[in-house]
Ligand binder design. Structure first.
Ligand code: HEM
Length: 135
């Protein structure tokens, strides 16, 4: 009620791949679909970078630039919907799971046996033992 939400339409990747012209410029970022036709000339990074990714999944390119919070706020305005479930990727979530160690306490609890330390310590002990016995 407070916020006017754009209609959440569903698109397939194939549909988006056909919308790759200056007059109909659409791309995907993190499974959401953005129509930047009217934004091309206003983009602070220039229209060429956007033209390079229209019709495609621009998630990585967008992330690589390290866009500001302001930019992320701004992009909501151009969101016209999302991908159909079959075409969504999980890659982003998986990536952040790998890089976040905060909720990974379970793995660190029993990590000694499974980590690199165990074979290294074992190796050292055996070396010392070997040199005592045969040295
Ligand atoms: C709707 C989507 C987008 C919005 C609203 C947006 C907005 C912005 C804004 C506000 C800036 C100024 C710097 C900042 O505040 O971070 C910026 C810079 C830039 N953007 Fe975007 N952007 C979008 C998509 C993209 C995509 C998909 C790419 C790459 C293909 C891209 C490439 C760049 C580049 C190269 C700069 C210049 C960075 C610099 O000068 O250091 N942007 N964008």
């Amino acid at each position: 009620m407070t916020e006017q939400k754009p209609e959440q339409k569903r698109f397939s990747r194939k549909e988006i791949s056909e919308r790759n012209t200056k007059k109909d410029a659409v791309f995907i970022i993190d499974n959401l679909v953005y129509d930047v036709t009217k934004f091309l000339d206003d983009h602070p990074g220039g229209h060429e970078v956007l033209l390079n990714v229209i019709g495609k999944d621009a998630s990585e390119d967008f992330d690589d630039v390290g866009h500001s919070i302001d930019a992320k706020e701004m992009m909501k305005k151009y969101c016209i919907g999302e991908l159909v479930d079959e075409d969504k990727t999980e890659s982003k979530k998986q990536k952040s799971l790998w890089s976040s160690s905060s909720d990974n306490t379970e793995a660190t609890n029993d990590s000694f046996l499974s980590s690199w330390k165990f074979p290294v310590v074992l190796g050292l002990l055996l070396t010392v033992l070997y040199s005592y016995v045969f040295g």
